[in-house]
Design a protein around this ligand. Sequence first.
Ligand code: ADP
Length: 248
Amino acid sequence: MPVNVVTVENVAYSYNAATAISDVSFYIEQGDYLGIVGPNGSGKSTLIKIILGILPLQTGSVSLFDTPLSGFGHWDRIGYLPQKLSALNTHFPGSVREIVEMGRRNSKKNENTQHVLDLMGIRHLAGRLIGELSYGEQQRAMLARTLVNRPELLIFDEPTTALDPETRDTFYSLTKDLNRAHGTTIVLITHDIGTIGRYARRLLYLDKKIVFAGTFQEFCASRDMTGFFGEKSQHIICHQHDVLENSK
Ligand code: ADP
């Protein structure tokens, strides 16, 4: 039986009286690569923070690895890269190696630090202070920091907004490698609808409620989605996907 890495049922969340999301239900299977898209303020970060237990569950239910959120204790199975790296304190006066080591949780399946530095292409930066690095390098260091635990689920919240196009492509390719080569389940929140189809297998379009959840094939064939997005936007998403599928 496939494991559901994430199961969300009828989740709603309000900040004071303002409803951020409602009626949200979906699941993510092991090995999936899910892209979450939607306009600014559509509740994407809120949804992810609920799944990660950062915001309290107000309505509905969430399970991680088939375990209800309230009883879930294996956070080393999950890696999270938030939108703002400042949340991770990049001014901390530590070297890249130290920062990566600090990410290590008490778990038996730890990855070798050297190996994740190599994987991220930042071995040569191991001795440098994190605050001295470019944003792209800091981001790779932070990703290395989550990878030492060999997470089975990796969640990225708009990871590429501050990156130049080349670094962005490298970053996306990396997520794809982790998914395809290591079977890591990936959730990528982005507003980059032109690119997401090249990497994700499934798409969730959120606008306070779920507008669409399914595979790219389903999305591209959906007349409803043509009506909702207009042909041009649907084409932008679907064209990118076709190009990649055909080039495999
Ligand atoms: P997205 O990630 O899609 O941009 P968010 O989940 O950040 O959307 O925000 C959804 C809605 O909730 C927005 O209207 C936003 O203004 C509001 N919101 C987000 N965080 C807070 C907060 N801490 N306090 C009050 N309102 C918030």
